[in-house]
Design a protein around this ligand. Sequence first.
Ligand SMILES: Cc1ncc(COP(=O)(O)O)c(C=O)c1O
Length: 487
Amino acid sequence: MSEADTGVAREDELTAFRGAAHALVDSVADHLAALPSRPVWQPLPDALRKQLLDLPLPEHPAGLDELMATASRDVLPHAMGNGHPAFFGWVNPPPSAAGVMASLAAAAMNPSVVSGDHADVHLERTVVRWLAELVGFPHEPGAGLLTSGGSTATIVCLAGARSRALAAAGHDVRRDGLAGAPQLIAYVPAEAHSCVRRALELLGLGSSAMREVPLEEGRLDAIALREAIAADRASGALPAVLVGSAGTVNAGAIDPLDALAEVASVEGLWFHVDGAYGAFGVLDPAIAARYRGMERADSLVLDPHKWLGVPVDAGCALVKRGDDLRDAFSLIPPYLRQDADAPVGTFAEYGLEQTRPFRALKTWATIAARGRTGIAAQVARANALARELATLVEREPELELAAAPETSIVAFRARPEACARTRLDELNRALPEAVQGRGRTFVTGTVFGGRETLRACILHPDTSSEHLATLVAEVVATARSLSDRRQ
Ligand SMILES: Cc1ncc(COP(=O)(O)O)c(C=O)c1O
């Protein structure tokens, strides 16, 4: 093909892109407009599921128009449900419109955000600083990076903790692995998210090196914790990490972070705070004081793709000392020498990824579209709705509150009159799926305090009192219908 022909082909391609992309924007906007009046979630029609699963590898090219039309028809309408304001499942908000648009621009640039003088690198440094500022965490340049989510950020942070603890004990884990190293011990509350355990397992500590933190009704028994640390030391182990949650996944509870920070400081442990779901709750003046101590953490995990509504994926690992991560991760082969001697290393020197996506643009856009005050108002509103939901639950004789909400997660159970007490656990276990299938709201389940429990997580900016009433009515009605079959 001549240069002129290539130019024409390129022009045609861009014309096709412009047309198909405009059409896609329209169908995405139609989809978003239709969401509130559609069922929250529905199972896929059998034929469509089969069609998606059995799609043959295409032999020939397809036009962009055709591809976007297929996506609009067969994919967009069959989502998880988190775009709907009556969705209360897991910890999944709708995406911010600014973040959705920024995702297109980021994909069009498609940089690898590692180092160099390009906008994406500088923007990620700023976004990480903004995130630290939003939650009041001290920040020095280099002391944090965006990750795929909270789970990855936890691995990054705890790798920093492992490396620091073993270096202090004279063991070079990067050279020698864990062979011959002292047994590191991590003190982890029972309600910590499973990603903490997974990180500790992956990092070779093993889940048997986890000790439960003595927390009773949100209060720390610091004496018992320090005794446990002393006993571990006496047995030759190396107490290394203490974990706290700034918002647990089951009930949105905030651990006594200041008391935990104090023990970590006195005992020389790395204090890690999981703020993936709840750290942004600190923006609500009504509960800000509960977060005291979060700023003392050695590492803090945030998930902009949770409360902020940045389109997945966007997690963030923040550390007090950037060099803790650089010591754990930095490895610069000759073919990646760019900026190697800079005071702040490349992003690849602080985490797991080499080629890194441009997560900062959608995070920047999502934060900037609302500003700190807009985000704070949204967070406070979600917390107020959670308290309202708790009141509705308490007023309803066939429901019971499992815990008073501290943030925007409400844990509760059904206890329909017609259900035998001995069958309540079975009923509550079956409830979420049965509620989801009715399509009017979406709630998920867990085990809390040893009992099957429902948990409603409020993150959608458009969730209103009406949706809370629907949730309560749906859970009560579904529980009654299930208990009819369960006597
Ligand atoms: C408290 C908490 N920590 C960590 C995570 C894990 O984050 P991610 O799913 O982004 O990996 C979650 C996810 O819901 C969470 O709620």
